[in-house]
Design a protein around this ligand. Sequence first.
Ligand code: NAD
Ligand code: WQD
Length: 350
Amino acid sequence: MKILVTGGAGYIGSHTIIDILEQGIHEVISIDNFSNSDEKVFDRIFEITGQRVKNYNLDLTDYQKLKTEVFEKEGKIDGIIHFAALKAVGESVEKPVHYYYNNLNSMINLLKCTQKFDVNYFIFSSSCTVYGNPENIPVTENSPIGVTESPYGYTKVVGERILEDFATTKSNFKAVALRYFNPVGAHMSGLNGEFPKGRPNNLVPVVTQFASLWLSELTVHGTDYETRDGTAIRDYIHVSDISHAHLLAMEKLASQSDYKSYDIFNLGVGQGVTVFEVINAFEKVSGIKLNYTVGPRRSGDVEAIYANNQKARTELGWNPKYGIEDAMKSAWIWQQKLNAAMHDDKVLLS
Ligand code: NAD
Ligand code: WQD
């Protein structure tokens, strides 16, 4: 298959490209405008796989360019894995129109191209954020869609709906929405990982950057939750396990001709981990004691959520390999690479 990965320079997209290249069966091209990434990621992909990936530096909200510069030139594209989106929850509250414009127009333009150029398979990056604050955990794919606190979260709810509506009306088209829980960690080689632009908000990059003295404080947001240690519970899933599920989903769509036109899968480990447990795991694998402070709850945070991942296990044959310590260890190796690059001529960073 020829697979188009959008957001191929991003955190999860780049790991997925590596997985596809390492499998060595499919051809892959990327579209990324580097709004939240850097072109040096393709050097890292080359270092790991020995292969160069063609990336189109264009904005998916520009339909004309997407059509003429990618789809008309590339010939037959069999499947699309659509990662590209803006993803900062807090920023989306400040700039809702920017988020709706970027995330929804990107999706719509891609779907228009799948129609015009007869692309048959589509995988969409959705999120556990669609469950809002769930009444019952673990959540299954049948758990109700909740109230999404942020415009970002709502782009995932609407994105899923647009995709489902499209898939059920277009013949020879099959789509899957993958609902990621909390993607963490880095490629086990330590050669590729997350490098968020600006100050990170997610726990794991905050922890590794705090340990590297890039950040002056690490605040635990809330210790008064009704959980085993008072901190909030999430399902932290290694980025390479997430990536691999995309390959399995794509192959499922391509190999099973009677498969339904639209489906949804949870991608989580299936276990809840508290904030203190994440910190402990980091301390254990790094040998560094984190001098964190305790603060109030963060607005919009849910108390506890984790996945029932049985459907992905059974139907996709997905078998997540890594736990929280693997994730923290790989994230720390990657962070140390970033630290070293700060003092090196061959900078990884821009
Ligand atoms: P990321 O920001 O690292 O990667 C997204 C990439 O898309 C970036 O490289 C960015 O430059 C590109 N992009 C954004 N808008 C674009 C546009 N209009 N045209 C072209 N390129 C564009 O994010 P990620 O963590 O790799 O997330 C990938 C997907 O997974 C996103 O859709 C995100 O919403 C979803 N997701 C992420 C998480 C998470 O915690 N990382 C959790 C659940 C879902
Ligand atoms: C995890 C826990 C924080 C930072 C977000 C999005 C979600 C999805 C995944 C895209 C929470 C606590 C964090 C810190 C802390 N993304 N924390 N101190 O909020 O579960 O999910 O990313 O779809 O939509 O909302 O992830 O990593 O920000 O937080 O105590 O400095 O760590 O309060 O309990 P979250 P997170």
